[in-house]
Design a protein around this ligand. Structure first.
Ligand SMILES: [Zn+2]
Length: 67
């Protein structure tokens, strides 16, 4: 089951078991230069939740990836 971004991320790798993403600010469009791991081996109804503070505009952005 491929992972789908709900908000706050850009997926850079997803093999159905593990994936990588970059944090993305939905407010100003900033994309982080560092990649983070997430587990993508879910049922398709699981949601990975995280959050970060945007380096550029200081927006507190929720990260949600459905997998
Ligand atoms: Zn921002």
């Amino acid at each position: 089951m491929a992972a789908v971004v709900i908000s706050g991320a850009v997926i850079t790798k997803d093999d159905g078991r593990s994936g990588m993403y970059k944090e993305k600010c939905e407010s100003c469009g900033y994309v982080s230069g560092t990649t983070k791991n997430f587990s993508s081996g879910g049922s398709g109804n699981s949601v990975m939740s995280s959050s970060f503070v945007c380096h550029k505009c200081k927006n507190r952005q929720d990260v949600k990836i459905k997998h």
